[in-house]
Design a binder for this molecule. Sequence first.
Ligand code: ATP
Ligand code: MG
Length: 413
Amino acid sequence: MRLSESFTKPLRQPPKDADTVNHALLSQAGFVHQLMAGVYSYLPFGLRVLRKIETIVREEMDSIGGQELLMPVLHPKENWQKTGGWDSVDVLFKLKSRTDREYALGQSEEEIVTPLVMPHIESYKDLPAAVYQIHWKFRDELRSKSGILRGREFFMKDMYSFHADQEDFDRFYAESKQAYLKVYERLGLTAKVTEASGGNFTEKISYEFMILTDAGEDDILYCEQCDFCVNVEIAKEKQGNTCPRCKKGKLQQARASEVGNVFDLGQKYTKDFGLSFTDRQGKKEHPIMGCYGLGISRLMGVVVEKSHDDHGIIWPEAIAPFAVHLVALGDDKDVRKAADKLYADLDKAGTEVLYDDRDESAGVKFNDADLIGIPNRVTVSQKTIDQQSAELKRRDSKETELVGLKDIVKKLA
Ligand code: ATP
Ligand code: MG
């Protein structure tokens, strides 16, 4: 992509109301645009990042047997009445049509997926089943002040699984936990896992996946020495206590952002909707159900909170919008020719390149490269082509190196 042709351009200032790093940097660099509090457009660069996170999540969900589908965002009131959610879910957006019908906007989809799988689950042979979608969610959040970390409209992966017995549920639950950890690891993040009995009557055990960051809205206590971790909201323990698990480490308190959450739903929804199957003994039973949420747009914001400096974003390779930021300095014909050729060669080799071919000063171009945060910056100037080279600099390092024009495509592949 040529920056001269990109419809977004890096802005000189972040928006005035940006009170978090992710909101400020993502807006200034042209990844997102805030429409109103908690509602964002994802611009071409931002969409590339979102899609890459989505792909990683999809690969990991597929790897544990999840099957992807797409469910409606517009839900009939009746489904939500059946589970009690219409009156009890405080974040549920409700709307009325011109014929006085009432609807909810999807904030989670147990009410849709349970009746949806019903005709396909008759016997124990049809179980287990796990389906997921990657889609927009709507929540009437009271406050939305953390940039894309808390949206009223946000992008989420939600999976639902159905099992013949608790043992099979536990097996899949453990696999899903590993798949989640893999997702975060691939994004260069380390997640801590809180274990808790859920906050409302439908839930048994739940795990929350937490990334330490001051931009988060949760407080957690974790052990310095083992994997014990709890949400302060529900904890009996306090900062400085000896760890109840390993009895050695001390508990530390920290701010964190919840990037995933999985629940054992038991038979709550399968009973509400009358979903049953015939077990091995020929008896009718309700499947045990689990739900697995993962905040894709929130993750994009968390990565920015964790990985930036005073000059801009530092994208991890796995989800960077482009692999290479190619900068041509000056308007000398030979420089432009060498840069154009490098752009074409990199493109041919399948490397994603953002090519700054604008008529701007070196200062502006380097500042914008730092702001946008692509992992590799390659500069072509009169000085470098005199040495048949280009200058390579990693976004997360101060060092530069001269690489021969002949070798650079291979080096960046
Ligand atoms: P939170 O405690 O942050 O309100 P939650 O426990 O209500 O989240 P879930 O219903 O479990 O969240 O949703 C699954 C995941 O979706 C969360 O772990 C989080 O990563 C993401 N998520 C939830 N609410 C939002 C939101 N308003 N904006 C962006 N992402 C969200
Ligand atoms: Mg939560």
